[in-house]
Design a protein around this ligand. Structure first.
Ligand code: ZN
Length: 663
């Protein structure tokens, strides 16, 4: 039995979440097949396949998600469990994750969760109403209401995740059962919303937009693309201004409609705002619409929004969201540390949007942000054993941190009241190969570096390349051509934005070539067996933030390659806490690979001091400011060991910090 991607140089087609239409107006297309066969991501995906995904069905049973669907189906009795209206999506996101995993299992008949998948699909079909409607909360708790409480009801959000699960299941197995359920609901929505139909409205939580475009791609049903365009264009006209209160209303500034991005049309928006996951799912859907329609105004708006988000509202880890309580973006440069929100779902949504932007434009900057988010803000969301999760991903946990439990705790948790994040991590890891490489008429592009095999069509015929690398621990990326047509084509390698020095060898000979806009484009009449080796400089580095980020002024962060590092209390023997440490930036950094630690990580060791506490004023934590800065360092010298941020919170509880004071 094999749940993991089976190693081997010959790829078999692996379907992914974005399958562009034939007429899509994009720069790049995802590779037709992609396999991760070894290295860093292979291990993370193995844990996802062998531990995280298999534990899903029992959890969904025990916390009530399946019970709620049985109530809707009339095959169980009792109360709706949980308060949230979108609990069905934990089921459908798990189904999507399992389907992507199933697609990579050889032979298909051996997929271990096949019976669970079948059981849940039957349950969804039983719960579906005759008219196609399907959401257990409204069917059980508010049977008289349909598409009235659009601000908070999540009815179209639930439909979106159902559709995405159905598309994944269809692509993985070729079966129609879940796709039929999803189409019936989508048709019902299309008969209900839009010009000439009873409801002119949008969902408080975007998600259906990107799902409908994918349903169009999967079925050819033009009505689904049109409906997605309608939902994108009707947002921003205040349709959600009225209605019952929703989570976030109490905190949402500016007014609630901005929380749901309903204050200004997407095409006119100048900056990202409101609830982060809502904003990013909306933009992923808008990018899909722009890809299929070639709409230049929509594309320009997204490029503008990306710049505003990335330059002023992105944490070093790629994490997004400044406010815990309302899960939303803050003001420009409002990037707090210990109260950073950075929901794991926001990282997933950012990766999904950035991939669509990379395909739409061909620009490397989107893949740069994907890499940063994948290795840091996203991966920290799941523990190394695949069993515990973080909903929020702060950049600091203080000495004496007191966890009050709940979803927003900075301690790993087996599941959440609002369990959106765990199945989101599962579906992204299960479909990760899809996000690594692309092709166009001219050749093949490697956006991310993972040992494996990537293939797709070009004008010169089908090409296949094999990648061997120990990235992110080593910067050597060896690419071997396994298959190529007769003509010339271009192999494009992304040089990450963080990388200051690199060397290139083509056929074993050093080559002088400079990256343009993030891409090394190497053209040649490639033959099977030809090799290219890219060596990325992996010297550890210190990073400081724009001075407007008050929360970390006077601090630096340790980075190496694509990895942001952090100090964890447990790695600093003899240091009583992290609140008083100071890093000496002039002392240099040492790299130590530690195969024994956290599944094998490379640590970065620096020198610093334990800051002496200022004398006097015992009961008052403030004192007269010095008019001139002191130049003599004081305090006990200490060695400081930084681990990759993604690996934090896998041992004993303690303090943690990414940003380190230097004075
Ligand atoms: Zn989440």
């Amino acid at each position: 039995m094999s749940l993991s991607p089976s190693p081997g140089p010959t790829p078999t087609p692996v379907p992914g979440p974005v399958r562009l239409g034939d007429r899509a107006q994009v720069a790049l297309r995802p590779t037709e097949s992609a396999r991760v066969t070894g290295g860093f991501w292979y291990e993370r995906r193995r844990v996802n396949a062998e531990v995280s995904i298999p534990q899903g069905p029992a959890l969904l049973d025990s916390v009530g998600n399946l019970h709620n669907l049985r109530l809707a189906a009339g095959t169980a009795s009792g109360e709706y469990r949980g308060e949230l209206p979108f609990l069905d999506t934990d089921v459908t996101k798990w189904l999507e994750a399992a389907s992507w995993q199933w697609a990579q299992t050889d032979p298909k008949a051996e997929f271990a969760q096949a019976e669970d998948v079948d059981r849940m699909i039957r349950l969804l079909a039983e719960a579906q109403q005759d008219n196609g409607y399907l959401q257990s909360y409204y069917q059980v708790v508010k049977p008289g209401l349909r598409f009235v409480e659009l601000r908070w009801g999540h009815e179209l959000y639930c439909a979106g995740h159902l559709i995405q699960a159905a598309v994944a299941h269809h692509r993985a197995t070729g079966r129609e059962d879940l796709l039929t359920v999803a189409r019936r609901f989508a048709d019902h929505i299309d008969d209900t919303f839009g010009p000439g139909n009873p409801v002119d409205g949008i969902c408080g939580h975007p998600e259906i937009e990107t799902a409908l475009v994918e349903l169009y791609r999967e079925t050819g049903g033009q009505r689904y693309l049109n409906l997605a365009g309608y939902f994108v264009d009707r947002r921003g006209h205040g349709l959600l201004r009225d209605g019952p209160p929703m989570l976030g209303d109490a905190h949402a500034v500016p007014p609630p409609s901005a929380y749901c991005q309903d204050h200004v049309p997407v095409r006119e928006a100048e900056t990202v705002t409101g609830h982060v996951v809502r904003q990013l799912y909306l933009l992923a859907g808008a990018a899909d619409v722009a890809a299929e329609t070639g709409d230049p105004q929509l594309r320009a708006a997204m490029e503008r929004l990306w710049e505003s988000m990335t330059t002023t509202r992105t944490h070093l880890t790629g994490g997004l969201g400044a406010h815990h309580e309302s899960e939303d973006f803050g003001d420009p440069y409002e990037l707090p540390n210990e109260r950073a929100y950075c929901e794991t779902c926001a990282a997933v949504a950012s990766i999904q949007w950035n991939w669509r932007m990379a395909l739409l434009t061909g620009r490397a900057r989107y893949s740069d942000l994907m890499e940063r988010t994948l290795f840091n803000g996203f991966l920290a969301g799941v523990s190394q054993d695949g069993l515990r999760w973080l909903y929020v991903n702060p950049l600091r946990v203080r000495d004496g941190y007191e966890s009050h439990g709940g979803d927003n705790t900075a301690r790993r948790t087996p599941w959440f009241t609002c369990a959106c994040c765990p199945p989101n991590v599962m579906r992204l890891l299960a479909s990760l190969p899809h996000y690594l490489a692309s092709t166009d008429a001219d050749g093949l592009q490697l956006h991310q570096y993972a040992t494996g095999s990537y293939a797709g069509p070009t004008d010169g015929g089908r090409v296949t390349v094999r990648v061997d690398t120990d990235y992110p621990w080593q910067g050597r990326i060896a690419v071997t051509v396994d298959e190529a047509g007769p003509g010339e084509w271009t192999l494009s390698l992304r040089v990450p934005q963080w990388c200051e020095q690199y060397t290139l060898e083509v056929g074993g000979t050093p080559a002088e070539q400079v990256a343009e806009d993030g891409w090394l484009r190497i053209r040649g009449a490639w033959r099977p067996g030809d090799t290219v080796v890219l060596n990325l400089g992996m010297e550890p580095r210190l990073t400081e933030a724009d001075p407007r980020v008050d929360a970390v002024r006077g601090c630096v962060a340790v980075e190496r390659g694509p990895l942001v590092h952090c100090l964890e209390q447990v790695d600093q023997p003899g240091v009583p806490g992290l609140d008083d440490i100071v890093l000496d930036p002039a002392a240099g950094l040492t790299v130590r690979h530690r195969p024994d630690l956290l599944g094998g990580v490379t640590t970065v060791v620096g020198s610093g001091r334990l800051r002496a506490r200022p004398a006097g004023g015992d009961w008052w934590p403030y004192r007269a400011a010095r008019r001139t800065p002191t130049s003599t360092p004081t305090g006990t010298p200490v060695e400081l060991t930084a681990i990759p941020y993604y690996a934090w919170a896998n041992r004993e509880d303690g303090s943690m910090r990414v940003w380190l004071p230097t004075s």
